[in-house]
Design a protein around this ligand. Structure first.
Ligand SMILES: Nc1ncnc2c1ncn2[C@@H]1O[C@H](COP(=O)(O)OP(=O)(O)OP(=O)(O)O)[C@@H](O)[C@H]1O
Ligand SMILES: [Mg+2]
Length: 365
C-alpha cells in the first residue's frame, strides 16, 4: 500500500533515532529562526499557524499567523513550475523596494492535511538567467550580419560563377573574406572572454614586433575602415619591433581598438596609430575623431558587457573588446588607459615592455 500520508510520515521519520528527538527539536527550533529561507506552516484550512522571521521579511508582511497562505499569493499570482514527489514548486512575483522580485515557493504536504511552505527570494538568480538570455540574443544578433552577408555572396557565386565578370567575383570574394574575418574575430572574443572568466586565459610573451601584430590586425580592420571612408595613419618607431609580447594576442588588441575607433567614429574621419618609447616601455596610442565617451562612463569601459548608452542604438557589439584588451595588456606587464572628452575623440593608450630592456635586466641580475 502506498498511502501518501504514511509515505510522507515515513520520509519524515526515516533515519531518526528515538533518543535524538529532544536534541533535534531544540536544534530545529533554532534553525527555524535562523534560516534565511522563509518557512511557513499551514493548518488544514490553509491558514498560517507559524512562520519564521525570514518569511515575514521575504513576504514583507507584519502579520502572517491567521492569514490564508494562498490568498497572500493571489496578490501577485503564482505559477506552477513543478509538481513531483509531494513537492509543489511555484514562482511568484512580488514588489520589492524599486522593482519586482521573484519568489520560489515549495509546498510539501504534511500529515493531517497540514502543509509546509518554503519561501525563497530567487530574484538574483532570475536576473542572472535574464542576463544570460539577453546575452545569447545579442550574440545571435551579432552573428547574423556576417552570416547573412556570407550566404548572400555564396548564393551569387553559386548562381553565376561561370558567367560572372572577374571584377565582380573579386568583390564577392572580398565580402566573403570580410564576413569570415568578422566571424573569426567575434568567436575569438567570445572564447577569450570565457577563458578570462574561467582563469584559463594564457598570454605568452616573447620577443615580438608590434608592427607585425598591427599588420595582421589590418587584414581584419582595413575593410571596416574602407567601408566608412576612414583614413588610417600609422607612425611606429623602430623600438616597436622589439617588444616582449604575445604577437597573436597583441594583434587582437589592435583589432579591437581599431575596430572601436572605426565603428564609433563617423564616416570620413581619421584613425591614428602612433607609438613612443618611455621608461622601458613602448606606449601605443590608437586615436579617433569620434564622439568621445561621457566622463561618468569612462571608469566602466573595461568592465565586461559594458556599452555606453550613447552608442548602444547606433552600433553593434557585445561589450567584450576592451575587457579583453586589458587582460592581454596586463598579462604582458603593461597598462591600458582611455583619454576621451565628449566631442573631442577618443585615444586609447597601452604599453608593452621593450624586449631589450628585459634582456638587460636579466643580464645585470
Ligand atoms: N573609440 C571609441 N569611441 C567611443 N566609444 C567607445 C570607443 N571605444 C569604446 N567605446 C565605448 O566603450 C564600450 C565598450 O567597448 P568594447 O570594445 O569593450 O565593446 P563593444 O565595442 O561595445 O563590443 P565588442 O568590442 O565586444 O564588439 C563601447 O560599447 C562604447 O560605448
Ligand atoms: Mg569593441
Amino acid at each position: 500500500m502506498n498511502d501518501p500520508e504514511s509515505e510522507v510520515e515515513r520520509r519524515r521519520t526515516a533515519g531518526r533515532r528515538r533518543d535524538d528527538v529532544p536534541l533535534a527539536s531544540a536544534a530545529f527550533a533554532e534553525a527555524f529562526v535562523a534560516l534565511t529561507d522563509g518557512i511557513i506552516l499551514t493548518d488544514p484550512d490553509g491558514r498560517i499557524v507559524s512562520a519564521n522571521p525570514a518569511a515575514f521579511r521575504i513576504l514583507g508582511e507584519d502579520a502572517l499567523v491567521g492569514q490564508v497562505f494562498e490568498e497572500l499569493l493571489l496578490v501577485t499570482g503564482a505559477t506552477k513550475v513543478q509538481d513531483t514527489e509531494g513537492h509543489l514548486v511555484r514562482r511568484a512575483w512580488f514588489p520589492r523596494e524599486e522593482r519586482m522580485g521573484v519568489l520560489e515557493i515549495v509546498t510539501t504536504a504534511l500529515p493531517a492535511s497540514r502543509a509546509l511552505h518554503t519561501v525563497r527570494d530567487v530574484t538574483s538568480q532570475a536576473e542572472l538567467l535574464r542576463l544570460k538570455e539577453e546575452f545569447l540574443m545579442e550574440v545571435a544578433h551579432e552573428l547574423r550580419t556576417p552570416i547573412a552577408a556570407l550566404v548572400a555572396s555564396v548564393d551569387l557565386v553559386v548562381e553565376d560563377a561561370m558567367t560572372m565578370p572577374r571584377e565582380q567575383l573579386t568583390v564577392l570574394a572580398g565580402t566573403l573574406r570580410r564576413s569570415g574575418l568578422r566571424l573569426e574575430h567575434l568567436v575569438e572574443n567570445l572564447l577569450n572572454a570565457g577563458s578570462i572568466e574561467a582563469g584559463t586565459f594564457q598570454v605568452r610573451a616573447a620577443p615580438a614586433s608590434l608592427r607585425h601584430s598591427l599588420s595582421e590586425a589590418l587584414a581584419f580592420v582595413q575593410p571596416m575602415l574602407e567601408s566608412k571612408g576612414q583614413e588610417l595613419a600609422t607612425d611606429l618607431p623602430p623600438d616597436a619591433d622589439r617588444v616582449m609580447a604575445d604577437e597573436r594576442r597583441t594583434t587582437q588588441v589592435f583589432a579591437n581598438l581599431i575596430s572601436n575607433a572605426s565603428k564609433y567614429a563617423p564616416e570620413g574621419t581619421k584613425v591614428t596609430i602612433r607609438a613612443q618609447t618611455a621608461d622601458g616601455f613602448v606606449r601605443v596610442t590608437v586615436a579617433d575623431e569620434g564622439p568621445g565617451i561621457p566622463l561618468d562612463e569612462q571608469n566602466r569601459l573595461f568592465q565586461r558587457f559594458f556599452r555606453s548608452r550613447t552608442v548602444r542604438e547606433q552600433a553593434g557589439g557585445l561589450g567584450l573588446g576592451l575587457s579583453i584588451c586589458r587582460a592581454i595588456v596586463h598579462a604582458q606587464g603593461g597598462n591600458i588607459a582611455i583619454e576621451s572628452g565628449p566631442g573631442h575623440g577618443t585615444s586609447v593608450h597601452f604599453t608593452v615592455p621593450k624586449a631589450r630592456q628585459l634582456a638587460e635586466e636579466a643580464g645585470s641580475s
